[in-house]
Design a protein around this ligand. Sequence first.
Ligand SMILES: *Cc1c(COP(=O)(O)O)cnc(C)c1O
Length: 275
Amino acid sequence: MIPEDLERQILLAKAEGAVPFLVNATCGTTVLGAFDPLEAIADVCQRHGLWLHVDAAWGGSVLLSRTHRHLLEGIHRADSVAWNPHKLLGAGLQCSALLLRDTSNLLKRCHGSQASYLFQQDKFYDVALDTGDKVVQCGRRVDCLKLWLMWKAQGDQGLELRVDRAFTLARYLVEEVKKREGFELIMEPEFLNVCFWFVPLSLRGQQGSPDYDQRLAKVAPILKERMVKAGSMMIGYQPHGGQANFFRVIVANPALTRADLDFLLDELQRLGSDL
Ligand SMILES: *Cc1c(COP(=O)(O)O)cnc(C)c1O
């Protein structure tokens, strides 16, 4: 998101009589892993009195790394943040947090059902601590326990190491993709999403020919079918932003090694050698 464009959109919407309320910025987009410039976006929100929500489902865990947390600079200015520890940190599915800067008991005012037989108010402690009447559901799992236990077991340092190791491995994969013939990076990644095409022999050097994109788009689905049938790998692919189907490897599993990433590229070459 480009802050100047955002401001233009807000002014346009207001001129047309709309009442903008919320801006959704993203830390770590799902496909390319891009981070929005939060400080500049927060400035725009402040100027126009808008709620700033940050979707940090994927990228929020980077805050645990002293080396990489600069990617989220400005996140402290958000009104709300969504964060999925079940992604980069590897907490068991599912474990998602919604963090709110709120002093007005907003969630309770929105969702509280004030059932007299639930969530008694005359307890011996501060009932503001109870989460029961702040959410839509009633019965639900204690998903935060998985994060708490993992954090206790790993410590700040252990979780930081997970994040830092993932960045190092993703960088390794990027360098290998650049080195190998037939692999083409979509863009320099900011995060752990390594996006690339495998360009088979029959298509190499043919960029610019009229049906190149159409033919390239067929490669990833064929390779996916072959890897699934061989039982060797699972890699996601998709078209995006006008680009033909490309592979998206998310380097996040703490058990991954360089040898796994070498295997991944070798295997794509092997499976695609006759295309
Ligand atoms: C995964 C993801 C989501 C979806 O999160 P759920 O908790 O599965 O709904 C939203 N935004 C981004 C950027 C994501 O990567």
